[in-house]
Write a protein that binds this ligand. Structure first.
Ligand code: ITT
Length: 200
């Protein structure tokens, strides 16, 4: 039976780690579905040059097929010494079919000669909120930090084992989920989206 006290939303993602994090961050007041409820939906080509462009593309592709709020997350890691790469190509850094282990290995390789402040970077997340086939708002969050010389920790996903947020000595993969969400790019963007949805 559907719990009418809870709001429903579709997170337009095929990344199960994002779904888990969004469920943890939003908490029990929301039923968060993901693209597993729309198995026939074609994969969106992420042709945008910015996180915002790609988040909008993903939200707009799913919205006509879902009654209610659709939220799409485009996110990634920018590294200063690499001119902002991998950026919007974070999921495909080592090639279109590369897995995250290959993406992390390539990042470490590219930064092999880079020291200190030059290893500075940030995670960014842009969320696009859509309804009835139109983007209503976007929200963004970022977290500054540094890229480690080697992987550390087993929590999180993606580049977490290579990222130390500023002011910490641990990687995101060494944080608990709650510690990560309290300062992460996704936690920050989602706090704004949740506040917006609550005041409607
Ligand atoms: P969807 O497009 O289906 O949402 P995706 O994984 O392809 O899934 P993106 O295009 O937004 O998503 O790529 C983001 C990549 O950036 C993701 O695959 C991770 O490698 C990385 N990333 C994003 N947020 C992260 C986080 O919180 N921790 C570690 N890595 C993250």
């Amino acid at each position: 039976m559907t719990d009418v006290s809870k709001q429903r939303l579709l997170l337009a993602t095929r990344n199960a780690h994002k779904t888990r994090e969004v469920r943890e961050i939003l908490g029990g007041g929301w039923i968060v579905e993901d693209l597993s409820v729309l198995p026939g939906l074609a994969e969106v080509e992420e042709t945008g040059e910015t996180f915002e462009d790609n988040a909008k593309l993903k939200a707009l592709a799913a919205s006509p097929h879902y009654e209610g709020w659709v939220l799409a997350d485009d996110s990634g890691l920018e590294v200063d010494a690499l001119g902002g790469a991998p950026g919007v190509r974070s999921a495909r850094f080592a090639g279109d079919n590369a897995d995250m282990a290959a993406n992390r290995a390539l990042l470490l390789e590219k930064l092999r000669e880079v020291r200190g402040q030059e290893r500075r970077g940030r995670f960014r997340c842009v969320l696009a909120l859509a309804k009835d086939g139109e983007v209503v708002r976007t929200f963004s969050g970022s977290v500054e930090g540094f890229i480690t010389p080697a992987e550390r920790g087993s929590g999180g996903f993606g580049y977490d084992s290579l990222f130390i947020p500023e002011g910490s000595c641990r990687t995101f993969a060494e944080f608990t989920s709650q510690q990560k969400h309290s300062c992460s790019h996704r936690g920050r963007a989602l706090a704004q989206a949740a506040a917006f949805l609550r005041q409607l």
